[in-house]
Design a protein around this ligand. Structure first.
Ligand code: GYE
Length: 357
């Protein structure tokens, strides 16, 4: 249907283009003859202006309209993700992007989706703040015949026809990788049999990134009976909340060996709190983050952070590829994981220049 609509729009645009040539030629000649009158003459040419405007209008009609319900702007990862969408879904690439920042509130995302439906966008992209509570609004999108693509985080629904595809990181694997890296690091230091006390700064409770990373760490903890998870609290994926929670952890426990921050920005907050308490982050307390953003590499080079588990935010081109396939009537993989690595501090200086976010 959409393809047909677009083909018709293109045809109309070409017809208008031809009629534009027809009307404009004599006008050009007139302009040549009465040079001094150029401005006036141009103003007197409603046929040219109208057809030009219509051609532009039709070219715009031809764009694929994408509504993106973004989580917010809580972290460096999120900023890179927004930039990835804003630089991919541009007119030169055939898109019009309607961007909505939900400020980490699900109710705002639901409102944004309803607006997208009202505006009859071609596709809805959703990075869901939390996993639950999407049935009603995504049911409305389905009813309106608008395909929904999930990016970054997942939703928890029984009816998976509510979205056409999902692309993002494997958060459980990231949690597993975090524990495996820590085990190897402690072994290198000859501390594998020591009592190790850990605290976790969790992400937004109920978000896939939090649920998956917490689970990924938890399922591997049993392999290390000498490790104790002293406490877990949310730092909402922000640096300031991460710092606040870390300050309270430091007041409650005087024997913290490891901080697992479920994103790098909370790790940066924890680093500040640890320094303010007179301790040396990266030395006295091992700091692990997730995302592997540029600033984490800087913190590792500075010796403040020990490791960051990668989570790639550059989903714009991945979602565009899904849309292009759907436009061509091809089938797409429903679940698409992005490959991700682990970056310990000793690799940071060498790799920082290669990091794209
Ligand atoms: O790790 C965090 C962000 O959902 C993977 O959200 C994303 C997470 C990312 O705010 O920094």
């Amino acid at each position: 249907m959409k393809a047909l609509k677009r083909a018709l729009a293109l045809l109309l645009a070409s017809i208008l283009c031809i009629s534009f040539w027809g009307c404009s030629k004599p006008a050009e000649e007139t302009t040549k003859e009465t040079k001094k009158e150029t401005t006036k003459e141009t103003q007197k040419e409603p046929a040219k202006d109208e057809s030009q405007a219509k051609t532009e209008e039709n070219a715009k009609d031809d764009l694929i309209v994408v509504g993106y319900a973004q989580v917010g702007a809580e972290s460096d990862w999120r900023t890179a993700n927004t930039v990835s969408f804003q630089t991919t879904f541009v007119e030169e690439n055939g898109y019009k992007l309607i961007f909505d920042d939900a400020q980490q509130k699900q109710e705002n995302q639901i409102k944004a989706i309803r607006n997208f439906i009202q505006q009859e966008v071609d596709y809805i992209v959703l990075a869901p703040v939390v996993e639950t509570g999407w049935e009603t609004v995504l049911g409305e999108a389905k009813e309106a015949g608008i395909p929904v693509i999930l990016s970054d985080r997942m939703i928890d629904v029984t009816d998976d026809s509510l979205y056409v595809a999902w692309v993002g990181g494997n958060f459980i694997k990231e949690g597993n990788d975090c524990v495996d890296w820590l085990a190897g690091y402690l072994k290198e230091q000859g501390r594998e049999n020591e009592q190790i006390n850990i605290v976790t700064l969790q992400g937004t409770i109920g978000s896939s990134a939090q649920v998956g990373r917490t689970k990924g760490v938890e399922e591997k903890l049993s392999e290390h009976p000498n490790w104790t998870m002293l406490d877990r609290q949310t730092g909402e994926f922000t640096q300031s909340k991460g710092q606040e929670v870390m300050e309270s952890f430091l007041k409650s426990y005087d024997d913290i060996d490891v901080v697992i921050a479920e994103n790098d920005n909370m790790a940066f907050g924890a680093i500040d709190a640890i320094k303010a308490a007179g301790l040396d982050p990266g030395e006295d307390i091992i700091i692990i983050g997730f995302d592997a953003v540029h600033a984490a590499f800087e913190a590792m080079i500075a010796g403040d952070m020990n490791c960051s588990v990668e989570c790639n935010p550059l989903h714009g081109p991945r979602v565009a590829e899904i849309i292009q396939k759907l436009e061509r009537g091809e089938t797409v993989d429903k679940i698409q994981y992005v490959d991700e690595g682990v970056f310990p501090a000793e690799t940071a200086a060498e790799l920082i220049a290669t990091r794209t976010y």
